[in-house]
Design a protein around this ligand. Structure first.
Ligand SMILES: Nc1nc2c([nH]c(=O)n2[C@H]2C[C@H](O)[C@@H](COP(=O)(O)OP(=O)(O)OP(=O)(O)O)O2)c(=O)[nH]1
Length: 317
């Protein structure tokens, strides 16, 4: 089946709400809500198509746009590649130039059932931040560890993975409780890197699956908000998406101190794998916030990091 290349925009307003439009009843996926956009015309670059569609449909001109996610989806009658951009500044006031109803919804209120099936990963991408902090092993000084978690939250980190492989379950549960209490003060979420049953039992916001744990599962484990997984190749990404994992971490993009000798992907390979994956993918491995632009240009949700997002309490990133 020929793949139809579509550009779509997530216009984000000052309150973090996203603009959605209702598709007419009589077209493909009619009656459902969508992110405004349309087909890329022959010879057009994606950004040109985006500007044209936003003018035609909403009467606005994008001023600040960056890639959010690319989603491939095969409907029974049509295969699409949705190239979705996050637009945070534009000229003009958005109005339905084709008579389509518009609404501004918080990403948390976007119900995937009201959108075309391809849009699930787009909604997830909108709900996720651009950085995912993975903690280093906590060591003996718990107070210093918690201070550094708090400093990261103060710098704007809103998604954390507590990764403490050296701790027994009781000690891990205890530390998790403290980290989660801190995180919740900042409306941040903590994913526990542990057995899904332990994460669920102690009320974690989510569970982060190791590659081995992901491979052993044939369905999404129960979780309060998030199920994430560590992936290294196309098979693992496909398996993660198939069982309903919300997002993946893929790497290493560059060499890291924590995983010396691991085969490095590089940005081109990362882009090919992330672009074909049906879920948001964070880039991991030797990266820091300074790499966000490169990550977005290569199809990443953002950057996941241990060292790159973890620094002494008084050091500002
Ligand atoms: N714009 C948009 N299209 C989506 C979304 N989700 C989704 O599956 N699609 C599909 C539906 C359509 O098959 C295709 C978009 O094509 P379209 O028919 O809206 O494109 P267009 O505006 O160029 O329309 P036309 O002039 O060819 O009629 O992408 C979404 O969130 N936004």
């Amino acid at each position: 089946m020929r793949v139809v290349h579509v550009v779509a925009a997530a216009l984000i307003d000052a309150e973090g709400r996203v603009l959605v439009a209702r598709r007419p009843e009589d077209v493909h996926q009619g009656g459902l809500w969508e992110f405004p956009g349309g087909k890329v015309e022959p010879g057009e670059r994606a950004e040109e198509a985006l500007a044209r569609e936003l003018d035609e449909e909403l009467g606005v001109r994008p001023l600040a746009a960056r890639p959010l996610i690319r989603v491939h989806h095969a409907y029974p009658d049509k295969a699409v590649c949705l190239d979705v951009w996050r637009v945070t500044r534009w000229d003009g006031e958005a109005h339905g130039r084709e008579g389509q109803p518009l609404a501004w919804w918080a990403p948390a209120d976007c119900d995937p059932a009201r959108f075309p099936a391809a849009d699930g990963p787009i909604i997830t991408a909108l709900r996720l931040p651009a950085t995912y902090l993975i903690t280093p092993e906590p060591g003996d000084d718990r107070a210093a560890f918690l201070d550094t978690v708090e400093a990261a939250l103060q710098r704007g980190v809103r998604l954390l993975q507590l990764r403490a492989k050296t701790l027994a379950p009781a000690a891990l549960a205890e530390l998790h409780g403290r980290v989660q209490a801190l995180a919740h003060r900042f409306e941040a979420h903590v994913l526990l890197n542990a057995e899904p049953a332990l994460a669920a039992a102690i009320g974690a916001d989510g569970v982060h699956l190791s590659t081995a744990a992901l491979r052993a599962l044939d369905r999404r484990p129960p979780a309060r908000h998030w199920v994430a997984a560590s992936c290294h190749d196309a098979d693992e990404l496909a398996h993660a998406a198939r069982i309903g994992v919300d997002f993946a971490v893929l790497g290493p993009v560059a060499a890291t101190a924590t995983h010396p000798g691991a085969p490095v992907l590089g940005w081109q390979r990362f882009a090919a794998l992330a672009g074909a994956a049906a879920l948001p993918v964070f880039a991991l491995g030797g990266l820091a916030p300074a790499d966000l632009d490169a990550a977005w240009r290569h199809g990443a949700q953002g950057v996941a990091a241990i060292r790159g997002l973890w620094s002494a309490p008084n050091a500002r990133a």
